[in-house]
Design a protein around this ligand. Structure first.
Ligand code: SAM
Length: 199
C-alpha cells in the first residue's frame, strides 16, 4: 500500500458523497483536512518533481502566473519567493486566497484572463486544474489559448495532468495538448502524473 492508495479513498469519498465540501464543518476542513491533504501531497513524486523544477528556473524567468491554489502550494510559493520571482496567483475560488501567502491574488477564471496580462508572464504553471474543476473540453481549449496570450515571446506554460485511472483524469485535456504541439516534459510513473510544456 502506498500513499496514492489514500488519495484514491479520499477522492472516492469526495466524489461519491461530496463529503468534504458539504458535510465537513469549516473548522475541520481548516485544521484537519487541509493539513492531511498538505501532508499527503508533499510526499507525491510529481510534487517533488515540480519543486525541483521551480528551484532550477533560469534567472530571467521572473514573472510567474500560478493557476489554482491550495494550502499545499505554500511550500512551492516559498521556493519561488526565495528565488526572487514575482508571482501572481489566480483561482476561481476566492476562499483560497488565504493560502497564497502575501502574493498578488485574483479570483479569476483561467479561461478569461485579464486583458492587461497580454504577453506579461515568463512562465504560467497550471497543475491539476484540468480534470479537477475545469473539465469541459471547449473551456479547456479556451484556457490554453488565454494562457498563450499571456506569455511573453520567450515564455512557456507548464501544465500538469493526472493520468488515466486517476479520479481527476481528463481525456479531453490530453487531446487538447496533443493538438497544440505541446512537449511532454515528464511522465511520473509512480504518481500517474504528466507534465507538458506549451509555448
Ligand atoms: C487540485 S487544485 C490544484 C491546485 C494547484 N494548482 C496544484 O498545484 O495542484 C484545483 C484548483 O483549481 C481551481 N480551479 C478550477 N477551475 C478553475 C478555473 N476555471 N480557473 C481558475 N481556477 C480553477 C480550483 O478552485 C482548485 O483550487
Amino acid at each position: 500500500m502506498n500513499i496514492y492508495f489514500f488519495e484514491k479513498i479520499i477522492y472516492f469519498l469526495d466524489k461519491k458523497f461530496g463529503f468534504f465540501k458539504l458535510f465537513l464543518p469549516l473548522f475541520l476542513r481548516k485544521f484537519v483536512w487541509n493539513k492531511i491533504e498538505t501532508f499527503l501531497v508533499n510526499h507525491y513524486a510529481d510534487r517533488k518533481f515540480l519543486k525541483s523544477l521551480l528551484e532550477r528556473l533560469p534567472k530571467d524567468c521572473s514573472n510567474i502566473l500560478w493557476v489554482g491554489c491550495r494550502r499545499y502550494n505554500k511550500s512551492e510559493f516559498q521556493i519561488l519567493l526565495n528565488n526572487d520571482k514575482k508571482v501572481v496567483v489566480i483561482d476561481i475560488d476566492p476562499y483560497v486566497e488565504r493560502f497564497a501567502l502575501n502574493l498578488d491574488f485574483y479570483s479569476m477564471d483561467v479561461s478569461k484572463l485579464s486583458q492587461d496580462w497580454t504577453k506579461k508572464f515568463d512562465l504560467i504553471v497550471m497543475n491539476g486544474v484540468f480534470g479537477d474543476g475545469l473539465n469541459d473540453a471547449n473551456i479547456q481549449k479556451q484556457a490554453i489559448s488565454e494562457m498563450k496570450r499571456c506569455i511573453t515571446n520567450s515564455g512557456f506554460i507548464l501544465i500538469g495532468l493526472n493520468g488515466k485511472g486517476h479520479p481527476c483524469f481528463s481525456a479531453s485535456a490530453f487531446e487538447a495538448l496533443n493538438d497544440m504541439n505541446s512537449v511532454r516534459l515528464a511522465k511520473i510513473e509512480e504518481a500517474n502524473h504528466f507534465y507538458y510544456i506549451l509555448k
